[in-house]
Design a binder for this molecule. Structure first.
Ligand code: SAM
Length: 215
């Protein structure tokens, strides 16, 4: 996600840091204590400016949400949105994550959202794609028994790659569509289409089909 240089970035992040987690590795196994309740916890990796996750957190106050974003210039907007809406059920941390077990214990999460991840188009970079099969298996380690992964993308090639990776990882597809906003929707896609990300708004307004899969 491209972002212009932001003046006084660190200062502005610190002014909006009430929901920012400085030491996410130290929260491993204790996230429910951080939220102060036993509600289920859902994670978005690469939240960008946070439209999707703040929308979910505002709509489902009986659930907890964590957003991760590697780029601090982008995450500032997510922090500001969360602060403006006083979202007590959302926490955000800044990092480029690789192994989720560094941050979460086995079964600590109830769901993981991957939205419009970077496609890494060169074949030699396939392992960097967030839906590479070893990453999917890694996500499963921190999900509970009924845990799910949901993935949305405008990139048809990345979507086909992901379907193949789901098979390679030995996982089952619960629901999928290649046209989230145009075609018939199922139980899960009906919810997902109500919570658009910044990229999703941009691409679907241009008439691009949006792919969705839930594992
Ligand atoms: C193409 S943008 C999409 C942003 C947002 N999800 C949306 O749909 O509008 C992908 C974002 O994921 C972030 N990202 C990529 N890999 C990441 C990782 N391993 N951990 C955290 N953030 C990551 C990037 O910094 C970028 O902001």
């Amino acid at each position: 996600m491209r972002q212009r240089n932001i003046k006084n970035l660190e200062e502005r992040i610190s002014e909006n840091s009430r929901l920012l987690i400085d030491d996410p590795r130290g929260c491993r196994g204790h996230w429910n204590e951080i939220f102060g309740n036993s509600n289920p916890i859902y994670l978005e990796i690469g939240c960008g400016k946070g439209k999707f996750i703040t929308g979910l957190a505002a709509a489902f106050t009986g659930r907890n949400y964590i957003a991760i974003e590697g780029q601090s210039s982008v995450v500032l907007r997510a922090l500001e949105k969360a602060e403006e809406q006083q979202l007590g059920n959302l926490r955000i941390f800044i990092d480029y994550v690789n192994d989720l077990s560094d941050y979460f214990s086995h079964g600590e999460l109830s769901g993981i959202y991957l939205n419009f991840c970077d496609p890494w188009p060169k074949a030699r970079h396939a392992k960097r794609r967030l839906t590479y099969h070893t990453r999917l298996k890694n996500y499963m380690q921190v999900l509970g028994e009924d845990g799910f992964i949901e993935f949305k993308t405008d990139n048809d090639g990345l979507f086909e790659f992901t379907l193949e990776e789901i098979r390679t990882a030995g996982l089952e597809i619960a629901e999928m569509t290649r046209d989230l906003h145009g075609g018939p929707v199922g139980e899960y896609s009906a919810i997902s289409r109500k919570f658009m990300t910044e990229y999703e708004e941009k691409f679907s307004s241009q008439g691009k089909n949006i792919n969705f899969v839930r594992i």
